[in-house]
Design a protein around this ligand. Structure first.
Ligand SMILES: NC(=O)c1ccc[n+]([C@@H]2O[C@H](COP(=O)([O-])OP(=O)(O)OC[C@H]3O[C@@H](n4cnc5c(N)ncnc54)[C@H](O)[C@@H]3O)[C@@H](O)[C@H]2O)c1
Ligand SMILES: O=P(O)(O)OC[C@H]1O[C@H](O[C@H]2[C@H](O)[C@@H](O)[C@@H](O)O[C@@H]2CO)[C@H](O)[C@@H](O)[C@@H]1O
Ligand SMILES: [Mn+2]
Length: 441
């Protein structure tokens, strides 16, 4: 079986240990020849890189592994897959994305509302540079991207590299929802044949067929309405994620047609969610005190002890597993079905062709072959059109360095609405993002 050359961009990510562990688990089905981790933060990456050396020594000794901050070392002509999970500005900037809007009574969240806007304006620059760096050496390498906000990144990359059909933006949240549905129904997530439509972090399941073709969504809806909703991996989730999943019951009660992505809570109930968010201790602070601390402490301990056998660094591995099974489906032309982000082109027939929609697709050696969704009802169409206009204007604001378009984008966002508040939050975010954003005029 062919062995693949893989680069992980954002080697210092909190999700990297889970991804590396997933590579060990899948070495028979997705064998890797050379793995290079690349990051711009040498110190952060070193801790995880040294953990990786111990892990691979024990579980994947044949793997040629290294880590670097030198892009010429990382991106070479023989790379097959670039797995990307970078965070421009790190947690320091994520904290500002959350706290600045919250200080003004607006939703402060990583990928939604003004926080997502700010993060998008930062990510575009680095993601465009990444694609150029990879393509300078290889036209064939697959770029599988997790970098958030994936919705904005996908629109920007489609706009800037329209002919590049080896960039695939993905999100593990639909996969996590499938796992959670599976737990409720006593099924494996792979045994669902899902129908899903929307934008990234802004979509709905319309059907969940089992292997016999029966739609299990009605049963699941009753289950959620009667017993609430929890993530499949509830025992390892922070309270804020449990609260988020619990909101699905409310969404299903109000809008029973379909099963919503958890992120819709920020757009459908901004007032209610706002009341639960603590402007002094946001999700960033929770991650820093939890996942980030645990991962970096545990990786350092593994490197010191020289064994990974006692390590519990990998908690939830949906993130790491999902990107690998997508890569495997491409590598071996398996045609497995996953929910991914791609250009609409009529898939949802009453949405714009150029929208970057999230839908189910068969993933082949030539990339996704999506399944058509058809026409969607007015409520969902209206929601998505507003959000897509926001995404498009965000990318245009970046490319044209336009203050006016940035203001339009934020005004259209359902978590903002007031043009006065949009201007206030935009001005504060411009100040906070100096050096990261283009100068808006
Ligand atoms: N699409 C999804 O569903 C999904 C799921 C989980 C996480 N994510 C995303 O994955 C990324 C990582 O998340 P995290 O919480 O582990 O963040 P993190 O800050 O722990 O890790 C990100 C790493 O990227 C590095 N980095 C920043 N800019 C870079 C650049 N230009 N080139 C290379 N490396 C760079 C940082 O130094 C850091 O080590 C974020 O973008 C996050 O939003 C996406
Ligand atoms: O607040 P964070 O940093 O914990 O998470 C933000 C990300 O949330 C989603 O990712 C899930 C992921 O789907 C799942 O595998 C699991 O491990 O938990 C994550 C949340 O903790 C979302 O899809 C990402 O886009 C976010 O970046
Ligand atoms: Mn996501």
């Amino acid at each position: 079986m062919k062995k693949y050359n893989v680069v992980v961009v954002g080697g210092g990510s909190t999700w990297t240990p889970g991804l590396l562990k997933g590579m060990c688990t899948r070495k028979d089905t997705f064998p890797i020849n050379r793995l290079v981790m690349y990051d711009i933060d040498a110190e952060r990456q070193q801790t995880i890189g040294e953990f990786a050396k111990v892990l691979f020594n024990e579980e994947y000794p044949e793997l040629d592994f290294s880590y670097t901050t030198d892009k010429d070392e990382a991106f070479t002509e023989d790379v097959d897959f670039v797995l990307c999970q970078m965070r421009t500005g790190g947690y320091a900037m994520r904290e500002k994305d959350e706290k600045i809007p919250l200080s003004m009574g607006l939703i402060g969240q990583e990928t939604c509302g003004p926080g997502g806007f700010a993060y998008g304006m930062r990510s575009i620059r680095d993601m465009v540079e990444l694609v150029k760096d990879v393509r300078a050496k290889s036209q064939d390498a697959w770029i599988l991207n997790y970098t958030n906000p994936a919705a904005i990144v996908a629109v920007a990359l489609q706009e800037i590299f329209p002919e590049d059909n080896r960039i695939l933006n993905i999100c593990d949240q639909p996969e996590n929802l499938l796992r959670s549905y599976g737990k409720l129904l006593g099924m494996n997530e792979r045994d669902f044949d899902p129908v899903y439509f929307g934008l990234n972090h802004f979509g709905w399941f319309t059907h969940l067929y089992n292997q016999e073709g029966k739609d299990l969504l009605p049963e699941l809806r009753e289950n959620i309405l009667n017993g609430g909703f929890r993530p499949a991996d509830a025992e390892q989730r922070d309270q804020s994620w449990l609260d988020t999943y619990a909101m699905v019951e409310q969404m299903v009660r109000d809008f029973p047609d379909y099963l919503p992505n958890t992120y819709l809570q920020y757009y459908l109930y901004p007032d209610k969610v706002l009341n639960k968010l603590n402007p002094e201790f946001t999700r960033t602070n929770e991650v820093q005190a939890g996942r980030e601390k645990r991962v970096f402490e545990d990786c350092a301990r593994v490197a010191e002890m020289g064994t990974s056998k006692e390590s519990n660094v990998v908690h939830n591995d949906a993130h790491g597993e999902f990107i690998l099974i997508v890569a495997e489906s491409i590598a071996h032309n398996k045609g497995d079905n996953f929910i991914v982000i791609l250009k609409n082109n009529g898939l949802v027939s009453n949405l714009p062709d150029d929208a970057m929609v999230e839908v189910a697709a068969s993933i082949t050696v030539n990339g996704p072959r999506p399944y058509a969704v058809g026409e969607i009802p007015t409520f969902y169409k209206g929601m998505i059109e507003g959000q897509y206009a926001y995404e498009k204007l965000t990318v245009e604001a970046y490319l044209e360095k336009s203050y006016g378009k940035a203001l339009q984008a934020l005004t259209l966002n359902r978590t903002v609405v007031s043009a006065k508040q949009a201007r206030e939050v935009l001005d504060a975010l411009i100040e906070a993002n100096k050096g990261y954003w283009p100068e808006l005029r």
